[in-house]
Design a protein around this ligand. Structure first.
Ligand code: DQA
Length: 146
């Protein structure tokens, strides 16, 4: 079985570190990518880490995971709340999905309470900051072992 886990990040997450630090913290996306790669090495997973501000690019990456990846960890950012296309792509990929949010979206504005992705995900990590990515990787490592 493949041990590749694809970690996908949606719009504006390239601005982490300077973007609303009271909500998203001071870590940059590069810091999170480094932490995920180290975690991947420890868990013997091959981690691929990507970010885009373009929905079509995100959909292409999701399609390319089909038959190739053991899991997708996705922080769809604002697309969480708007994109049927991302949800449909994730379903079409037939790859298990864990949804991650740095902030607790349920403690924020009402428009963030609905996710198009949650219902088709294995589970959701939300409000744990970058630890959510680590926990999601740990879960996939256990799934693969089982
Ligand atoms: C986010 C939460 C979303 O509501 C928001 O649009 C983001 C980041 C998070 O990681 O907390 O861009 O996904």
């Amino acid at each position: 079985m493949t041990r590749t886990v694809l970690i996908l990040n949606g719009p504006n997450l390239n601005m982490l570190g300077t973007r609303e630090p009271a909500t998203y913290g001071h870590e940059t996306l590069d810091d999170i990518a480094d932490m995920c790669r180290l975690t991947g090495e420890r868990l013997e997973l091959q981690v691929e880490f990507q970010q885009t501000n373009h929905e079509g690019q995100m959909i292409d990456w999701i399609h390319q995971a089909r038959g190739r990846c053991a899991g997708i960890i996705i922080n769809p950012a604002a697309w969480t709340h708007t994109s049927v296309a991302i949800r449909d792509a994730l379903v079409a990929s037939e790859v298990p999905v864990i949804e991650v949010h740095l902030s607790n979206v349920h403690a924020r504005e009402t428009f963030r309470h609905h996710s198009y992705v949650s219902a088709i995900a294995v589970g959701v990590m939300c409000g744990f900051g970058s630890n959510g990515y680590r926990l999601a990787l740990e879960h996939f490592a256990q799934l693969i072992k089982a």
